[in-house]
Design a protein around this ligand. Structure first.
Ligand SMILES: Cc1cc2nc3c(=O)[nH]c(=O)nc-3n(C[C@H](O)[C@H](O)[C@H](O)COP(=O)(O)OP(=O)(O)OC[C@H]3O[C@@H](n4cnc5c(N)ncnc54)[C@H](O)[C@@H]3O)c2cc1C
Ligand code: SF4
Length: 258
């Protein structure tokens, strides 16, 4: 069903990037609408709140949509792909199930052709992106340890996630070999942050954090974007982009919940 509904900016998908773009444009005062095929996730439904946790992770909370098979998922053919699909379809997108591992690219990653003779150099460098990395880190709330010599100085909002036995074992092995290591940045609230409570370190992050400590964009960008006037329509699957004679997208056709 089509609906004549003029808007200034249309975003398809309320995942990681859709959320950040919606929030970053909100202050322009433009009319911004986001269409998301899934629903708002409900943290009380996450597997860790039930004794069937491991079972649910293999079914309705699998990160493979072909296994999850919810109404908002469509099958993805990976027969010819070297990698398998992993995602979540709903507000927050993949960040609902992600691990929250949040490293920035190293400055050298932007110059691999020059430095290593492989692939290509990026048309932008780390310094150009740094203010955006920093803004995203503040919006998400990043835990880490300042001073990693692999980066120029950067701000860290929260103390690092504890290494745990596995991390400490790896770290002592690295120390014996004389290898550089550093606690990874994580988008996890190790202290209360942005109205969210702190992580309790029990570890089921990759099936949804019912504590709300893991920074998924349904909890970080979206509430702020909506308060700033962005309209988010859930259970709306875009079927088709409409294109004019100049090959410019002028709108979409989508199915709403009904
Ligand atoms: C299990 C798992 C672990 C991960 N771990 C990490 C990690 O530790 N660190 C890290 O940096 N990244 C991690 N990722 C990857 C990260 O989550 C993704 O890179 C990121 O979410 C991609 O953002 P995106 O906006 O491109 O897409 P998504 O976040 O996937 O959002 C796309 C959205 O668009 C919607 N959509 C798609 N098609 C339509 C349509 N036709 N109509 C309407 N809506 C539509 C989807 O429902 C979805 O909500 C992980 C991902 C998974 C699944
Ligand atoms: S509280 Fe911490 S360990 Fe538990 S799921 Fe959330 S982020 Fe992961």
């Amino acid at each position: 069903m089509t609906r004549a509904d003029p808007i200034d900016v249309l975003i398809v998908g309320a995942g990681a990037s859709g959320a950040a773009v919606a929030w970053s444009l909100a202050e322009t005062g433009m009319r911004i609408v986001c269409l998301e095929q899934g629903d708002w996730p409900n943290p009380t439904d996450y597997p860790s709140t039930t004794p069937q946790s491991e079972f649910l992770q293999l079914g309705p909370f699998s990160y493979n949509p072909n296994v999850r098979n919810r109404p908002e998922d469509y099958p993805i053919n990976v027969d010819d792909s070297p990698i398998a699909i992993a995602n979540f379809n709903g507000v927050g997108g993949g960040t609902v199930l992600y691990a929250g591992h949040f490293p920035r690219f190293h400055p050298s990653d932007f110059r691999v052709k020059t430095l290593d003779g492989v692939a290509d150099d990026w048309p932008v460098d780390y310094a150009r992106l740094e203010p955006f990395y920093a803004e995203n880190d503040r919006m998400m709330g990043v835990a880490g340890l300042a001073g990693d010599p692999a980066y120029p100085p950067k701000e860290v909002q929260l103390p690092p996630v504890p290494l745990g036995q596995l991390g400490e074992t790896l770290a002592s092995g690295f120390n014996r070999l004389g290898w550089h290591w550093w606690p990874s940045d994580s988008a996890i609230a190790t202290r209360p942050y942005g109205g969210r409570d702190r992580c309790v370190n029990l570890g089921p992050c990759m099936s949804g954090c019912s504590q709300g400590a893991k920074s998924s964009t349904d909890l970080t960008y979206w509430p702020q974007a909506e308060r700033a006037g962005v309209e988010l329509r859930t259970r709306c699957r875009v079927r088709e982009l409409l294109v004019n004679d100049e090959d410019r997208v002028t709108g979409v056709i989508y199915y709403d919940a009904d």
